[in-house]
Design a protein around this ligand. Structure first.
Ligand SMILES: [Zn+2]
Length: 365
């Protein structure tokens, strides 16, 4: 198997186009045409992780956090980022990062956390605005199935828990082929009437190039009529954070202990208990404080995230229990998620989870 096959599969789990503008997810280091000897999955990429990959004969490291994030201007071994990248290159180890794009899909890290806490009725906490487009095209009836299937296969008609969504309306198209034309039906210089079906479907904006390619390849006409428009709708399954309901109401203290246990967190920093029962919980692994207003709007009694600063705790303002359970702690299951996804799709291939705990934070009691 080539490294590129693993990259294609990971791109499917969380398309890189869904990453935030400040992010640097995707294929970062290496040659994707190389044969893949094994995959090591980790949360971070450090020199120790590259050593571990080399020891275990894995020439692809798949990590959540991008080792190259702000851009590199030189490679002289100055600082851990440069040293790690240089070590990867020296050992011919490729590096792939799947960061905010994985945070932005419902089945990502937050979906996994929600599952571990037993949340139901889950939905994205802050749906991404835009990102949806609509295709309208006209297809002669004898090619209807072929074109529709090609569009579905390339990302068209996907809405939440449904795929293959389209609207189809029969009608009559007209055209006249000019002298240099090579019409699929009809005669040069004569107006032709053809039974056609108008197909409409929505699709994620990032799929546009593939979708149009599939349309042009599957459609029999020399000139394919189609229009694409941008929609203002939000995409319900794409965005950051997650919110859901516990099976039964519990006390705030019980919730905090449950999270501490599930995450193996040594400490949880949180705002004053409000003395109310918790049923709805909002979550965002990693630095999710920016979602506090969305958590309040969603009616959650608690919001669990990480990297909350002193002044930010004030903003809970007695309306919600805000808890910081640690960045590593809230994201550690990403390794499990990525490894099991890769293993499921490459059942006979070596997919290993890193045995190193890359958390750079220690606690003193
Ligand atoms: Zn993170």
């Amino acid at each position: 198997m080539k490294i590129s096959e693993a990259v294609t599969l990971l791109d499917k789990l969380a398309p890189p186009q869904l990453q935030e503008s400040y992010d640097n997810s995707g294929f970062l280091v290496g040659n994707r045409e190389n044969e893949c000897t094994g995959i090591l999955v980790s949360l971070d990429v450090t020199e120790a992780i590259i050593d571990e990959a080399a020891e275990k004969n894995c020439n692809l490291v798949v990590a959540h956090h991008p080792i190259i994030f702000k851009g590199l201007k030189r490679l002289t071994g100055d600082g851990f980022v440069q040293r790690t990248v240089m070590k990867a290159i020296k050992n011919d180890i490729a590096v792939y990062a799947i960061h905010t794009n994985l945070d932005n899909v419902l089945h990502g890290v937050n979906g996994m956390l929600a599952g571990l806490l037993g949340l139901s009725n889950t939905r994205v906490l802050d749906e991404k605005q835009g990102g949806l487009k609509k295709l309208v095209t006209f297809v002669p009836t004898d090619h209807l199935e072929k074109v529709r299937s090609a569009l579905f296969a390339s990302g068209g008609g996907f809405i939440g828990n449904y795929d293959e969504c389209s609207f189809n309306l029969e009608g009559t198209g007209t055209f006249r082929a000019l002298e240099d034309g090579n019409p699929y039906v009809g005669e040069i210089g004569e107006r032709h009437y053809e039974k056609e079906v108008r197909i409409e479907m929505i699709f994620p904006a990032y799929a546009e190039r593939n979708l149009v390619k599939a349309l042009l390849e599957s459609h029999p006409y020399e000139e394919v009529a189609y229009y694409i428009s941008t929609l203002d709708n939000t995409v319900r399954s794409i965005g950051s954070g997650i919110v859901g309901d516990l099976e039964e109401e519990i006390s705030e203290e019980e919730l905090l202990f449950m999270i501490k246990n599930v995450l193996g967190a040594e400490v949880i920093r949180h705002t004053e208990l409000l003395g109310q029962k918790v049923k709805r919980v909002a979550l965002c692994g990693g630095s999710g404080f920016f979602l506090l207003p969305a958590a309040k709007r969603a009616g959650a009694q608690a919001f669990i995230t990480a990297d909350v600063k002193y002044h930010e705790f004030f903003e809970a303002d007695g309306e919600i229990l805000l808890a910081d359970a640690g960045h590593y702690e809230t994201e550690q299951y990403t390794v499990e998620l990525l490894a099991s996804y890769l293993q499921k799709n490459f059942p006979t291939f070596a997919v290993l989870k890193s045995e190193l705990k890359t958390n750079p934070v220690r606690y003193l009691y």
